[in-house]
Design a binder for this molecule. Sequence first.
Ligand code: PMP
Length: 419
Amino acid sequence: MSEGISQSDQPVTREGDGGQDLFSKFDDLIQTRETLLAGGVEDPFNLVMEKVLSPTRAICNGRDTILLGTYNYMGMTFDPDVVDAGKQALADFGAGTTGSRVLNGTYQGHKEVEEALKDFYAMDHAMVFSTGYQANLGIISTIAGKGDYIVLDIDSHASIWDGCALGNAEVVPFKHNDIEALEKRLRRIPKGAGKLVVLEGVYSMLGDVAPLKEMVAVAKKYGAMVLVDEAHSMGFIGENGRGVCEEQGVIDDCDFIIGTFSKSVGTVGGFCVSNHPKFEIMRLVCRPYVFTASLPPSVVATAAVSIRKLMHGADKRAHLWQNSKRLHGGLKDLGFQLGTEEPQSAIVAVIMPDLERGAAMWEALLHEGLYVNLARPPATPANMTLLRCSLCAEHSDEEVETILGMFERAGKKIGIIES
Ligand code: PMP
């Protein structure tokens, strides 16, 4: 055995050979976290839900808490038909597939959920991944190869950036939601090169919507293929809940739509839908699809039922819009600074002056009985600290009013808004 490799449980000492502790790169983050927690605040990134009562309520630290940071937009997690389908599949097919989709991991349920997605989007092909993260990772890294170009919004989700990093294409970012910047980048790419433009329907940090109509037109003008991640709009935005692409009338011009089961669908998993005639070859060449185990039968069964119910979710969509508008308007009236001037999605981002006050406000809200997401750089644009709220169709009108009261009291206590 070579020197430095230990067979015992003792850590290998690096003294003497000048080697570095590989954890030293995290020292700044460790320090920031320790300083924050030394101030006595609860750890905002380690909350435990001891019991989940419904899509909008849980017991956290022994307290009945309203959930306003779950992305459970359509409240499908406790839908009785969805839960029943999961139980039945667990009984009929067992706990897991123990295999990849291309070997022993394709069950009837995987085909059924792909059929449900094709019907939901009215598209020819649907491919299910184990998470939305893997869907982006897989499709982006596989479709754009050496010599190709990926042109993407600078505020893209980590899974999109990681998809770029996994592949061999040239990566060209452009300024967030800036149509001219997109065109400028596309104009500079050599004629004839393969191009993929990657966009999101709703950007999850600020809850703002992309100008897809214009951006997709620009992409097509330069002969680029288009991928749109509709993680935060599926089920909610658009007449049939197909997302911002549907709302802005460009769904037929999108080559790939990526989505997740972990938000409106209410379970876990990811997918890509497409009308491209050669799409099915992806099942053989896409490594994050091939080299991982498929979703458990109970998960795909819940997803299939949920997706089919979302096709008839117009009333829920209307109520979610009503909730989003009321929360956005109410917070604005109280004097909070928000991520968007007008409500654009079911995400309402409240901008905090700094991390310390953001964490204090997060904790004050938790003590009031409200859970929201604390988001900080590098996940956020422009170094912002945000309290991100995501509404649910199952929040009642009264709950939204209660939430506003909680924000008012906490905001005054921490000094975010005037008393
Ligand atoms: N894309 C976007 C825009 C997301 O926000 C997320 C998750 N927050 C994902 C993809 C990944 O989805 P999943 O949770 O299914 O991995």
